[in-house]
Design a protein. Sequence first.
Length: 233
Amino acid sequence: MNISPALPSFPPLSPPAREQLAGDNQQRPAVTQPEPTQGEHGTESQAEGKRDDVQQGVNQRSSHEEIQALEELQRLERRDQEVRVHEQAHAAIGGRYAGAPSYEYERDSNGKSYAVAGEVQIDVSVVEGNPQATIEKMAVVRRAALAPAQPSSADRAIAAEASQKEAQARAELNQQDSKPKSSRQTEPSTEAEDKDSDEEKSVAASETTQRVVEAKYQKATSPSVGSGFQVVA
């Protein structure tokens, strides 16, 4: 069994009515999306402009940070080379009077260490009792202190101290050189005087011995007075 809803019957449209309906549909405007107003256009443009500005600022900051990091790396590399060359010059010229270089380090953003300062210990003590050795040592110390291309104020102070001690050692050496000469001038006369004195003592002793012998000989060969012995002619 088919059940169909009962629908009221409508009279068929006449041709003039169909033409009128079609005309009404043609005259009715089509439905379209509403166009944004001027205010909406400005808001979207401003938002896009802000996004562009933010992105541009981020890019600029990133580029600036990269440039700063590169400049800092180059600075550390240059400083590391300068410090090492400077201290190695001290050690090379100082030889046995200079210690090994020691450095202070600074790390970059990647954790790599670079030498930014350094020092070399130099022995500036005099050689006790040996002015000539002191002169030679201080000459080496002075050259070692002034070995770098650009000596620091501390380097120049050590060189000045070495020059002062070298001058003092030269003065002491000159005094020692002059003292033996005067001694050599006085020593021969003293030795001659001693020799003369010994000769005089030897001569005096010989003369005394001779007189004693003569006296004994004379006593032995000559009769004593009042002995009762007379020579008969």
